[in-house]
Each structure stands twice: as C-alpha cells, then as structure tokens.
Design a protein around this ligand. Structure first.
Ligand code: C2E
Ligand code: MG
Ligand code: MG
Length: 532
C-alpha cells in the first residue's frame, strides 16, 4: 500500500462528509418543505379550475408537512452519522500521523511496512532506511525545542523531495525518520537513495531566527528479499546498522549484514543468559582492599562484580556490563552488588569490631533511575550499616555530561550520609567548574592510565601532582588505582597520594580471602623523590 493515494482519498471524503455535517441542511429542509406545503395548500384552496376538491387541500398540506418532517429527520440522522464517521476518520488519521511533520508516525509506518511485506512479489526488494539526525540534541539544548522542530520539519520537506513516488516516509519519534522503499531491483538502489539523503541534508537549515544549523544524519539500511522478515525485524536491523553508522562518526550509512546479525544474536543470547544469572545467583562480588599509605591498614574495599558462569567459568565485568547497560539489566545487577556489599560490610564490621567501608560502582543507568536513592536507603536499612560505611563510585565520564541533572541525586545521597567517589579520574576531562560543584565528593580515584608509567614518565608525575593539589583544595582524598609494583607505590607516596589500590597489595578476590587482611597492616614502601 502506498500511503499517499488512499490517504488523500480518505481526506477528501472526510472533507465532503464534514461539509455535509456542518451545513444547516435540516433547518433548510424544514423551511423549504414547510413553505412549499403551505403554498400548495393555498394554491388548491384559491384555484377554481383545478379538478381537486377544495376539501382535499388539508390532505395536501398534511402530506406535504409529513414528507418535510421525514426528510428533515433523514437529513438529521445522516448528519450525525457523517459527523461520527468524520471524527472516526480524523482520529484514525491522527493515530497514524506525526503532528509536526504530517508524516506517518511509528504506528502508521509499521502498519504500512507490514502491508508491503505481506504483498511481496517477484524478485524485487523492499528496503528500509533508518535515519537518526546527528545534531538535533545540540540544536534543542542550545537554541531550544522550537528550533529543533523547525529542523525536523525541514528534514521532512527535503526527504519528501528526493524519494520516489512509491516510497514512504515516516517520523519514528524524536530525531528518527524512516524511508521505506519498495520494489527496488538491487541493494545498490537503497545505497544510492542513502547517498541522495546524505546529499540532501548537506546544506545547513536556515531557521526563522536566521541561524544556520547543520543537519547530518546517520543511516542504517536493511532489506528484505524473499526472506520471512517482519516489519519489526527490518526496522530493528536497520536501527542496529544506524548505530554502527553513528559509532563510525555519523553522516554516513551502513548496511545491515550477516556479521551484524550474528553479533546481534550473540548479544541477545548474553542478555538472556544474564537475566537468568541474576535470578539464579551466578553474579558474585569480589573485593579489593584500598590501602591507607600512612598506616598500611585496610578499612575500605572496592566491590567488583563477577559472573560465575556454569560453563564458561569466571567472566570479568568488562565482558558483560555493556550488555547489562544496554538492556537495562544493569539496574538489577547494581542493586544486587549494592545489597551484597553492604551485607558484607555489616558482617566484617561485626567481626572486627570497627567499621569497614565498601566502595560500590554505580552505572549511568542507575544514576538516572529515579529509584536509586530509595534503593540505597532501603539496602542500608536492611543491612543495618552506618550510611558512611558505603561509598558510591561514579566515573568521571558521568559527571562531565549533564552534571546539573545529576547533582540532585548526588545531594540526596550525601544528605543520607553516603560517601561519594569520582572513579577513573583523568580519563574524561571534567572541568574545574564541574569539580567545584562536586565539593560534597569525598574521594578522587586517579585512573590506572596515569599510574602505569609514573616511575618513568615525568608528565604523568606532573599530572598526578596537579590532581593531588586540586583534590586537596576541595577537601577530597586521593586514591591511585592499578598499582602493581613497589616503585610505583614509592613515587605515588612522594606525590601525596592518600590510598592505594592495586595488585601490588592484593588482587580482587572473594570476601572470605579478605577477612584476614582487615586486621593486618601492609608494609608500604618508603617515598622516593624522582623530581617533577
Ligand atoms: P574500576 O571501578 O575502575 O575498578 C578497578 C578495576 O581495576 C577492576 O577491574 C580491578 O580488578 C582492576 N585492577 C585493580 N588493581 C589492578 C592492577 O593493579 N592492575 C590492573 N591491571 N588492574 C587492576 P574489574 O574488576 O575487571 O572491573 C572493571 C570495571 O568494571 C570497573 O573499573 C568498573 O568500572 C566496572 N565494574 C566492576 N564491578 C562493577 C559493578 O558492580 N557495577 C558497575 N556499574 N560497574 C562495575
Ligand atoms: Mg571503581
Ligand atoms: Mg576505576
């Protein structure tokens, strides 16, 4: 089905019906019919030459009026009927179309694509181009949503100019558009169309405020030949290919292929298994001590999740956290680790008679999830630890973007008495302005990248010196991560680091391996001054 013809036809019918509905047909019939009946009655009464009896004039009047009444009743019923039909058609039309651009919306386009796929003929292909604008968020955030709307309308206009008559365009929501191209002989026709789209979006859009806005798009292409692909399959494949185009820098297209399909299937399989792993307790927590360099004591450990897979053995977090983040499962994983770490903190504290702190990593999805604060409060209550025994680690990356949105959550956590740390510091260019807003943070964890060469690289030593000075000025402690040898410890001590975490002291391990370390004092190598 091409949407355009039936759509136009339906609209003209709607217009005709609504005209009928809105015209004052019933009163007109009443007036005209009534007048005609009276005129006829009068005519019969005054005319001498007619063969009709004068007494019959009342009969004429009666039938005239009755006929008029019936006609008026019929017109009224038709009018009501047409209004209802008109409204139904309008609401059906609205349900399938995007208000801003007038294009089909997600529901309308999916339905149209389903029709096309069920009507597949011959060797021709049907293809989907999934477009995602690369810069709409920047326009919305910097100039405002009405400017964003103008850009979207302009994109819709330009796309309409380049598609073939039978192609269908839809706005899928937000900054996503979909073009469905039917009956194309080869995949190269789809890539040619994608090239035309990229060309059409090259010229900046001039908005009503006279500013020029660049409007590039990332495009994913998926096609159905004789396969049994459904509309949802095609749209999902094209969406995945679009992500590839975006990852590759945007303003380009990618065609969905077998390799992408295999990766998508593997990812889905990991997701399915991970779901089960959460349910069946395959996710376990290891701990790594964070050693105080002045005393060599351990009163703080980082909780690190691992997947104890029944067949593949111990899987490190780097191998499954991205799937967990994309699927949203990270919220469940995070809550599990949080509960487990707090429970362990309570056990250790009871065992040694002094408070042991646990540091728990928080993923972006958890930070934007409105339930984080409640979850933390509930877990602290359940496990009975002092809130200051819990430190939440937030990577620097998460405070570089949209810090203002996240400050509220961080303040609520601090108000509860929980400690905060910035993890992997030095990897994401947080600004001084952003750090100033984070004065409620207790700890800054310098990323391993600066530690690896600290003995040989004077630049790394300079960077660490600057970070330590910065942290001191805002009252934060500094932890160095990934410390593997004694020389690194000595140099880091000299540079003013407060705590050290790394294989040199202890690799992460199960909670039972850590119990004996809590009462112990590690021997910490003396500082060495290598100059900076
Ligand atoms: P991270 O939070 O920066 O954790 C430190 C990582 O460095 C851990 O890797 C740890 O095993 C490793 N490490 C510690 N000392 C050394 C060392 O001396 N040398 C080297 N080469 N590595 C060292 P792991 O356990 O594989 O975790 C990797 C990342 O996964 C973590 O980095 C963290 O970002 C994330 N992660 C781990 N557990 C969780 C969790 O429960 N939730 C979330 N959201 N993320 C987690
Ligand atoms: Mg961490
Ligand atoms: Mg880290």
């Amino acid at each position: 089905m091409s949407d355009s013809e039936p759509h136009v036809g339906a609209e003209s019918a709607t217009v005709a019906r609504s005209w009928l509905g809105e015209a004052p047909v019933t009163p007109v019939i009443l007036v005209v019919g009534g007048a005609a009946s009276i005129a006829l009655w009068f005519g019969v009464r005054v005319s001498d030459g007619l063969s009709v009896e004068r007494s019959a004039s009342w009969l004429v009047l009666f039938f005239g009026l009755a006929l008029t009444g019936l006609a008026a009743l019929f017109a009224r019923t038709m009018r009501r009927h047409s209004l209802t039909l008109g409204r139904l058609e309008r609401s059906e039309h609205d349900a399938k179309h995007d208000v801003l651009t007038g294009l089909l919306n997600r529901a309308g386009l999916t339905e149209a694509l389903t029709d096309i796929l069920s009507d597949r003929r011959g060797a021709a292909l049907s293809g989907v181009l999934f477009l995602d604008l690369d810069r709409l968020k920047v326009v919305n955030d910097s100039i405002g949503h009405s400017a964003g709307d103008e850009v979207l309308s302009e994109v819709a206009r330009r796309l309409a100019l380049i598609i073939r008559e039978d192609d269908i365009i839809g706005r899928f929501g937000g900054d996503e558009f979909v073009i469905v191209s039917t009956g194309v002989p080869a995949i190269s026709d789809l890539t040619t169309l994608a090239d035309r789209v990229l060309d059409a979006l090259k010229e900046p859009a001039v908005l009503s405020d006279e500013s020029s806005q660049m409007i590039a798009a990332s495009i994913g292409i998926a096609f159905a030949a004789r396969s049994e692909a459904t509309a949802e399959d095609l749209l999902r494949d094209a969406d995945l290919a679009m992500y590839r185009a975006k990852e590759a820098g945007g303003a380009r297209y990618e065609v969905f292929d077998d390799e992408m399909r295999a990766q998508a299937v593997a990812r889905l399989e990991v997701e399915r298994e991970l779901r089960r792993a959460i349910r069946t307790g395959q996710l376990i927590v290891h701990y790594q001590p964070i050693v105080d360099v002045r005393t060599g004591g351990v009163d703080r450990l980082e909780a690190l999740v691992r997947w104890q897979h029944p067949v593949r053995g111990m899987i490190p977090p780097g191998a499954f956290l991205s799937v967990a983040a994309e699927s949203g499962l990270i919220v469940d994983v995070g809550e599990h680790v949080l509960r487990e770490a707090c429970r362990q903190s309570a056990l250790w504290t009871a065992a040694i008679g002094r408070e042991v702190m646990v540091s728990v990593n928080v993923a972006e999805r958890q930070l934007v999830d409105t339930s984080l604060v409640d979850t933390v409060r509930r877990v602290i209550g359940e496990t009975g630890i002092n809130p200051s025994q819990l430190e939440l680690e937030i990577t620097e990356e998460l405070i570089v973007d949209r810090l203002d949105h996240r400050l509220t959550v961080l303040h609520e956590l601090v108000a509860m008495g929980v400690q905060l740390a910035i993890d992997d510091f030095g990897t994401s260019r947080a600004s001084l302005g952003q750090l100033k807003k984070l004065d409620m943070v207790n700890t800054l964890k310098i990323d391993r990248a600066f530690v690896i060469d600290v003995v040989n690289d004077v630049v790394d030593r300079k960077i660490i010196t600057a970070i330590v000075a910065l942290a001191e000025s805002v009252g934060m402690e500094v932890v160095a991560e990934g410390v593997e040898d004694a020389d690194q410890v000595s140099v880091l001590r000299q540079l003013g680091i407060d705590r050290i975490q790394g294989f040199y002291f202890q690799r992460p391990g199960p909670s039972e391996n850590m119990a004996s370390l809590l009462g112990k004092r590690f021997e910490v190598p003396e500082p060495i001054d290598l100059g900076i």
